[in-house]
Design a protein around this ligand. Sequence first.
Ligand code: PGA
Length: 254
Amino acid sequence: MRRKIVAGNWKMNGSKDLAKELVGCVRSEAEALDNGVEVVIIPPLIYVADVVEQAGGKLAVGVQNVGQWSSGAYTGEVSADMAKDQGCEYALVGHSERRQLFGESDELVAAKVERLLASGLTAIVCVGETLEEREAGRAEAVVASQVKAALTKVAAEHWGQVVIAYEPVWAIGTGKTATAEDAQAMHAAIRVTLAEAGAPAESISLLYGGSVKADNAAALFAEPDIDGGLIGGASLKSEDFISICRAMPAGAES
Ligand code: PGA
């Protein structure tokens, strides 16, 4: 049985007030959900403690990034152990904004995945092709290579802490979503890649991300290999985010 997850990535947005109002509201709405979805809020690091204070129950907290080291003289960095210590259960790794704006390589992503899993966090590993790569017919190959590279250091006992988020770069923050059919096709391909990499492919949750909104979430979540969503813009408004959480069909896990 796969976990169904809807995670809200605030990116570099939000405030103490948002942490208080939105999280309180999402938490009480999340309690009323009966579709088995796990709701996760992933705020900027500086607001993690504020969000953790409001979270609990069906609402978990994650970080958007961690350093690849366990501790030491790395000014400005935060470790996976620290995120865990603060009450986080999830961490994003390899988001396309980290890859594109901060030059994160596949090797760095793999090192961070290893660190996160050792710390007991669930790693939401983000992968996705650019528009140029899709138009060149290379989308599946690019995503397969990102998935394989990110998972090279996963020990057998840690597969239960791995989640993959497929986020086509051209769909992030653009209002353009992959069709449910295209997203399903890529998710099915990712499952094949996972099996080739020696992972228990059928039990790993695969999320779709990229302009998921209240009005397109239900179609995406109805697909058999889409186990949830990674939500950017729409996670900053409690009503929109909760509508997306509600769009998960009950009993959709396989
Ligand atoms: P978006 O962002 O929903 O605003 O497209 C998704 C993401 O980057 O995780």
